[in-house]
Ligand binder design. Structure first.
Ligand SMILES: Cc1ncc(COP(=O)(O)O)c(C=O)c1O
Length: 391
C-alpha cells in the first residue's frame, strides 16, 4: 500500500467510533460458535447450512421457496433475471431507495421509471405509479421503507389490472407483516437483505422468496452462474457434469454467512421487542416537537428497521451537525436516485420526493440501544429544537 493510501485509511473516521452510532449489528458468542462449527466442517461455500437457512426463512415468512444469496442486491438482480426483464422493459420504482434497487434494474438492461413516495410512510405512491405506466411497463418494484409495509393491496391490484409483475424490495422488512400475513408471501418475488445492520444479519447476505415453482427454478439458475441445479450429475464421471440453462451469476450464500443468520433467526423476537420499545419512546417524545413530523407506522405488524423523522423547519442538516457534536450518529435515507449522475438519463419530475429528501433524518435504532442511550438521543433532539424555537 502506498503512503497516501495508508494515510487515508488512518484518517478515515469510523462511524463505530461514535458513542451512539446510527446502527450497529447485534452479534456475539453464539454467532461466533456457529461460524466455528462451519470452519470445523471444512465446507465454507454454499452447502447444507445455507440450505437450512433457506428453509428456516421460508418457514418464517410462509413462502414456498426461498433462495439464499450473498446480498440483497444479488436478490434484486436475480429477480430481474428470473422474470426475464431486460432491454426495453420498464420497471416502476420509488426514487427514494438505496441505490441497489435501481442498479438491479439497470444491470439487467431494463429501465427504471421513478415514482413518488407518500409523505406519511415514504412508501410507493401507487396512484403516482399508475400515472407512469406505459405500454413498455413490465413490473412494479415497491420498497417497504424502514420496515413499514407499503400498501400491498393497491400494488397487487394495480399489477393485476395492467398484467405487471411485482418484485418487493423488502430489504428493511424481514419480520414485518401485512394484514396478518408475513412480508415474503405476497409479490411474485420478495427480496430481503441480511447485511450487518438489517433486522437480522448474516454478515452479508440476502434472500429471494417466491410462491411460484417455475420462478423459483429460474431464481436458482440465476443465482448459480446459470447452472440448473436439477441437471447436476453428482455421481457420474462423464464429461458434462451440469447444464447451463440460463443467465446467472455467482450469488449463492456461503455456509459461513448462513451460520450467522441461523443464529440470528433465534434472536429475532428479542431484537424486534427491543427496537419496538425504542420506537415507542421516540414517538412519544417527538410527537410534542412542533418542528418534527413522525412517520406513520403500524407497530403491531412492523419490525422497524430504521427510525426516521421529518424536520419541517429546514434545520435538518443543523440537527445532524448538533447530534454529531454530541457523538450521536444519524443518516439521511435516501438521496433520491433520479438526482444521481449515472441515472440522469432516466429523467423524472419528482417534486415531493425532493422535498421529503430535504426533511428526513434517521436517528439511532438498533437492538442493544440502552435506555440511557435513548434518553441521550431524546434530550439532544429536544434541546436542539428548544433552542431553534427560541432563536
Ligand atoms: C432498500 C434497500 N434495498 C436493497 C438493499 C441492498 O441490500 P444489500 O446491502 O444486502 O445488498 C439495501 C441495503 O442497504 C436497502 O436499504
Amino acid at each position: 500500500m502506498n503512503a497516501l493510501a495508508q494515510l487515508q485509511l488512518a484518517e478515515r473516521p469510523s462511524k463505530s467510533d461514535l458513542a451512539i452510532p446510527m446502527a450497529r449489528p447485534s452479534v456475539g458468542p453464539a454467532e461466533l460458535a456457529a461460524v466455528n462449527r462451519v470452519f470445523e466442517s471444512n465446507w465454507l461455500g454454499s452447502g447444507p447450512v445455507a440450505d437450512r437457512f433457506s428453509m428456516r426463512v421460508a418457514e418464517e415468512i410462509g413462502a414456498a421457496h426461498v433462495v439464499a444469496v450473498d446480498s440483497g442486491t444479488a436478490a434484486l438482480h436475480s429477480a430481474m433475471t428470473a422474470l426475464g426483464l431486460g432491454p426495453g422493459d420498464e420497471v416502476i420504482v420509488p426514487s427514494m431507495t438505496f441505490v441497489s434497487t435501481i442498479q438491479a434494474i439497470v444491470s439487467a438492461g431494463a429501465v427504471p421509471v421513478f415514482c413518488e413516495v407518500l409523505a406519511d410512510t415514504m412508501n410507493m405512491d401507487v396512484r403516482d405509479a399508475e400515472r407512469r405506466i406505459s405500454p413498455r411497463t413490465r413490473a412494479l418494484l415497491p420498497v417497504h421503507y424502514g420496515g413499514e409495509p407499503c400498501d400491498l393491496d393497491s400494488v397487487l391490484d394495480l399489477a393485476a389490472r395492467y398484467r405487471l409483475k411485482v418484485v418487493e424490495d423488502a430489504a428493511h422488512a424481514f419480520g414485518s407483516s401485512y394484514k396478518g400475513r408475513p412480508i415474503g408471501c405476497h409479490g411474485d418475488i420478495v427480496c430481503f437483505s441480511f447485511d450487518p445492520i438489517k433486522n437480522i444479519t448474516c454478515g452479508l447476505g440476502g434472500a429471494a422468496a417466491t410462491n411460484d415453482d417455475e420462478i423459483a427454478g429460474r431464481l436458482r439458475i440465476a443465482t448459480n452462474v446459470g447452472i440448473d441445479p436439477l441437471s447436476v450429475n453428482h455421481a457420474g464421471a462423464g464429461p458434462q457434469q451440469y447444464a447451463i440453462t440460463g443467465a446467472g451469476l455467482r450469488y449463492r450464500m456461503s455456509d459461513v454467512n448462513a451460520a450467522i443468520g441461523l443464529t440470528q433467526l433465534g434472536r429475532m423476537a428479542e431484537f424486534r421487542r427491543q427496537k419496538l420499545s425504542v420506537v415507542e419512546r421516540y414517538d412519544q417524545a417527538f410527537a410534542a416537537v412542533p418542528q418534527v413530523a413522525l412517520l406513520q407506522r403500524n407497530l403491531l405488524e412492523t419490525f422497524p428497521f430504521s427510525y426516521v423523522i421529518r424536520v419541517l423547519d429546514g434545520s435538518r442538516d443543523d440537527l445532524r451537525q448538533s447530534l454529531s457534536e454530541q457523538s450521536i450518529g444519524s443518516a439521511v435515507q435516501f438521496f433520491p436516485n433520479h438526482l444521481q449522475p449515472f441515472f440522469a438519463r432516466f429523467h423524472a419530475e419528482l417534486p415531493r420526493t425532493e422535498q421529503l429528501f430535504s426533511e428526513v433524518v434517521n436517528l439511532p435504532l438498533y437492538a442493544g440501544l440502552t435506555d440511557e442511550n435513548v434518553d441521550t438521543v431524546i434530550a439532544a433532539v429536544q434541546s436542539f429544537f428548544g433552542r431553534a424555537s427560541q432563536a
